[in-house]
Write a protein that binds this ligand. Structure first.
Ligand code: GLY
Length: 312
């Protein structure tokens, strides 16, 4: 058995490993590993206290996929409810749908008994939004954001790679060999309202299939949507590529995307035999994993595959 993920998943690893060690399912382990990350106020890219959209509203995306059946659940642009990963699981388990977004996702979460959080942003993050946005706009422009008919002019602030974007990825394989994969994010800081990244899009930011393996992404979600990155990695393994070749090919696919807004990407992946991998377009990025034979998780540098960044 094995648990792997992006390095910011470490806060949930003890819980996830406990579930796997006691014979629990990969699906339970993935959900339980992600929940503490969503609760962590210090992680500004996932769940509670994530950086909000350009208007100051937190919009959460999450998805969960069961590699036994390829059943999946996801929520996108959901406001006011955490843990988003658990709402995504309920979508998978109780609806004939895969993805709910916006007001529908919020409504469904309430129907399923999730409490609306009174406030999902701390005063520090609310103040940080104003400080960061005011570097690029006047006080008048900042005050007028809610009503402007040209909000799109400010979206370039969300595409600056030096501003925060991030996500949590977790993949588990349980003692029965079943694989599950989960992803949760608050998306790009200062994104246009209603923007979905790759995290809630099955095949883009998340894919799991017991027969071949699983993959998940962090980074510029639009790229993973365009290249179907998570599904591509699993499909490349189905076509006979090794885990390493499948990941390298998926990174190459991203590098070959045309147009502008080509930025950074990170992958974690697992093959059906329980071999973990991490790839990144940035030097020095790490991922973590732990097997039942290990007392603690190890942090390993991701394999570097450069992607030429191009900005519009
Ligand atoms: N990869 C997360 C996002 O683009 O929202």
């Amino acid at each position: 058995m094995i648990l792997l993920g992006s390095t910011n998943a470490n806060i949930g690893f003890p819980t996830g490993m406990e579930i796997l060690r006691s014979g629990g399912s990969a699906l339970d382990a993935v959900e339980a590993t992600i929940r503490p990350v969503e609760d962590n106020p210090a992680d500004r890219t996932v769940g509670f206290n994530g950086y909000p959209n350009i208007l100051g509203d937190l919009e959460l995306d999450a998805s969960l996929m069961d590699g036994r059946t390829l059943e999946s659940g996801a929520v996108g642009a959901m406001k006011g409810v955490i843990p988003a990963i658990s709402v995504a699981r309920k979508v998978m388990e109780t609806l004939p749908h895969v993805l709910l977004v916006g007001d529908g996702a919020d409504r469904f979460a309430k129907e399923m008994g999730f409490e609306s959080a009174a406030e999902l942003l701390t005063p520090e993050v609310i103040a940080a939004r104003e400080t960061i946005l005011r570097q690029d706009m006047s006080a008048e422009e900042f005050e007028a954001l809610q009503d402007t008919d040209n909000l799109r002019q400010w979206v370039r602030l969300a595409t600056d790679p030096e501003r925060t974007y991030g996500t949590v990825n977790v993949i588990a394989q349980d003692k029965d060999g079943n694989i599950a994969c989960g992803v949760s994010t608050s998306g790009w800081a200062w994104k246009y309202p209603g923007r979905l990244g790759d995290s809630p899009i099955i095949g883009a930011g998340n894919y799991a299939d017991n027969r071949y393996g699983a993959a998940a992404c962090t980074g510029m979600g639009e790229m993973a949507i365009r290249a179907s990155t998570a599904r591509s990695i699993v499909l490349y393994m189905k076509m006979g590529l090794t885990l390493a070749d499948a990941c390298a090919q998926a990174m190459q696919d991203l590098n070959e995307l045309g147009g502008s807004f080509i930025g950074r990407m990170n992958l974690v992946a697992l093959d059906k035999d329980g071999t973990p991998a991490g790839y990144s377009s940035m030097k020095g990025k790490t991922f973590i994993y732990q097997t039942d034979a290990m007392a603690d998780y190890v942090e390993q540098e991701r394999t570097l595959v450069e992607i030429e960044e191009r900005w519009g």
